[in-house]
Write a protein that binds this ligand. Sequence first.
Ligand code: HEM
Length: 227
Amino acid sequence: MTTQKVPLGDREVLRYRKRPRIVHAILASSFLILLLTGLVILWPALSFLAPGGATRWLHRVAAVGFMSVPIVYLIVDREGAKELMVDSFKYDRDDWRWIKRFWSYAFGHTANMPKQGRLNAGQKMHHALVMLLSASIVASGLALWFFMPSLGPTGQAWAAVIHDLSMLALTLLLVGHLYFTFVYKALSGMTRGYVDIDEARLEHAKWVEELEQEAAEEAAEEDKQAV
Ligand code: HEM
């Protein structure tokens, strides 16, 4: 997933290598299972879907999958994980200008948007919030799983409120995440790894320019060596 030496095709550009795509698949699938099983646990009307406590068991299995994501990411793609962590919390002047025009972008108008790097400012905010809210979900979830008796009624109520509100916020973020994925045709970046270069230019003009610059420098270097 690192930006160095990313191959450029004629029509498409490599956005995500296989390893970060697998990590994202674990994140997305474990989150969706947690959401569905969490709803069944919360709503008694849906309890017919949970024979013999299967939902509670599945919720815990998915929680282990969800918690494993940062560890797996660091193991399979340390550079990519670090890059995601740093980029999500680092905003330059163009990012702040982009954020001011967010609503224009949300309705598909990219014409006057400031140029963006590998992650646009909206993605940076999304990814940063995913990390913070996930930490809150994991901490409150572990408290509810292992420390129920020692929490007392007030502690249990707080842990449950924090857990449910963090999950609600992450679910609302997912709606936005899916909306932008489809509006800006980014899905193939997570399925095949490649996205259309013109679409990438709309969202990540600075990043595409960097890749083109690198490709041109490499080609010039190869020409020099061939002489
Ligand atoms: C379930 C359906 C989902 C789809 C179709 C989807 C789609 C995508 C796509 C296409 C990207 C790449 C965007 C780009 O070009 O940079 C992406 C990245 C990302 N998504 Fe999702 N996503 C889904 C679920 C989730 C969920 C549930 C979460 C968090 C709880 C999440 C968190 C992220 C993060 C953190 C990244 C950045 C990954 C990285 O840089 O390694 N996604 N997603």
